[in-house]
Design a protein around this ligand. Structure first.
Ligand code: SP5
Ligand code: ZN
Length: 342
């Protein structure tokens, strides 16, 4: 399987996040992608290719255009305002406030275009976001060109990014952009299968009222787990999209037996939908040693995920999402891919 990777991810480094009342270095750090890349090499998964540059016109249809236009301007405006640390929002237009009027200052706009303080900017962040977007689309091209599967080693991740907001380490929703690209290229139906520990709220929001993109999520129950405000089992899609969104919330402590039962059910729904292509939002933060998550998957379980997905016998694009147990992230992420290859 071919991997697409860009070194530009590394400029998104040193950004801070708020954890347990303290500002700490972000869990979503450059070594994640480097360790996965090293494992792709030692496992001889296949060639590692650089991305081609792709216009963000498509991202402006998947997201709201004003949101995508905002992202490249953030760091410049933050510096121009005399600020020095990571650009992190701190005020959000929640219930009772105006979410329809874009304010003018950078600190206000950061809140306007986010749902949490988890997607902070440093100097190299926009270039990393753009490279991650390009990695996803370049890998999608490989699948369209006839590869059975390809691996988009995206960083930063994307699945928490909604139509007009960032959050949860995510800015552009790489998997959603790839899914839309497949549709534009003539795929009648596309499934996004999200196995990251956290609910892919952004992907769900983007496709919620559509029948042409099925969205399936396996994740920590939002009653007790981030992102808290989406991902319940009764969210089944709306309007023409009703019945095309499927959520599998699971409790803390979920291990392979229960998790894989959800995956089996998800794969049955996926097969019944009969998509032309599958986009897997591949997070490995389901791992037992993940520092911010609460499932109990073991390294030996990841190849089994790949094998189950391979049984669908569909063209498959793997898009990297989360996973914060850095020491094992390569073994686990690439384990899914070698398992897929059988
Ligand atoms: C792509 C992805 O996996 N994003 C995850 C975003 C999670 N943000 C919430 C982090 C909460 C951290 N809680 C830390 C507990 C440490 N013991
Ligand atoms: Zn996650």
């Amino acid at each position: 399987m071919k991997t697409v990777f860009s070194p530009l991810h590394a400029g998104h480094s040193g950004q801070m996040e708020l954890v347990a009342g303290e500002i700490v270095p972000g869990f979503e750090k450059p070594s994640r992608a480097e360790i996965i890349k090293a494992r792709v090499e030692t496992e001889k998964l296949g060639p590692i290719l650089p991305p081609e540059s792709h216009d963000v016109a498509l991202a402006k249809r998947v997201h709201r255009a004003d949101y995508i236009d905002f992202l490249p301007t953030v760091w410049e405006r933050w510096e121009a305002a005399g600020k020095t640390g990571s650009a992190i929002p701190f005020t959000w237009p929640t219930r009772g406030l105006r979410g329809d009027v874009a304010p003018r200052t950078i600190e206000a706009l950061l809140g306007f275009y986010s749902f949490d303080g988890g997607a902070s900017f440093v100097k190299g962040t926009w270039d990393a976001i753009k490279s991650s977007h390009d990695v996803g689309l370049t890998a999608a091209h490989l699948v369209k060109a006839g590869e059975r599967a390809a691996f988009a080693l995206c960083r930063p991740p994307g699945h928490h990014a909604g139509a007009a907001f960032m959050g949860g380490y995510c800015f552009i929703n790489n998997a959603a952009v790839a899914a839309q690209w497949f549709r534009d290229q003539g795929a009648a139906r596309v499934t996004v299968l999200d196995v990251d520990y956290h609910h892919g709220n952004g992907t769900q929001e983007i496709f919620y009222d559509r029948a042409d993109v099925q969205v399936i999520n396996l994740h920590g129950d939002p009653m007790t787990e981030y992102p808290f405000f989406l991902g319940h089992a009764d969210e089944r899609g709306a309007g023409p999209g009703e019945g095309f969104n499927h959520n599998y919330p699971m409790p803390f402590g979920t291990a392979w037996d229960a998790w894989s039962a959800s995956l089996d059910d998800a794969c049955e729904k996926l097969a019944a939908y009969s998509p032309d292509v599958v986009v897997v939002s591949l997070g490995v933060d389901t791992f037992e040693k993940d520092p911010i998550s609460h499932f109990k998957l073991k390294s030996a379980d990841y190849p089994k995920i790949g094998r189950r997905i391979a049984k669908l016998n569909l063209p498959t694009l793997f898009v990297m999402e989360g996973g914060y147990a850095v020491d094992e992230i390569g073994v686990n992420a690439v384990g899914v891919l070698t398992g897929f290859e059988g």
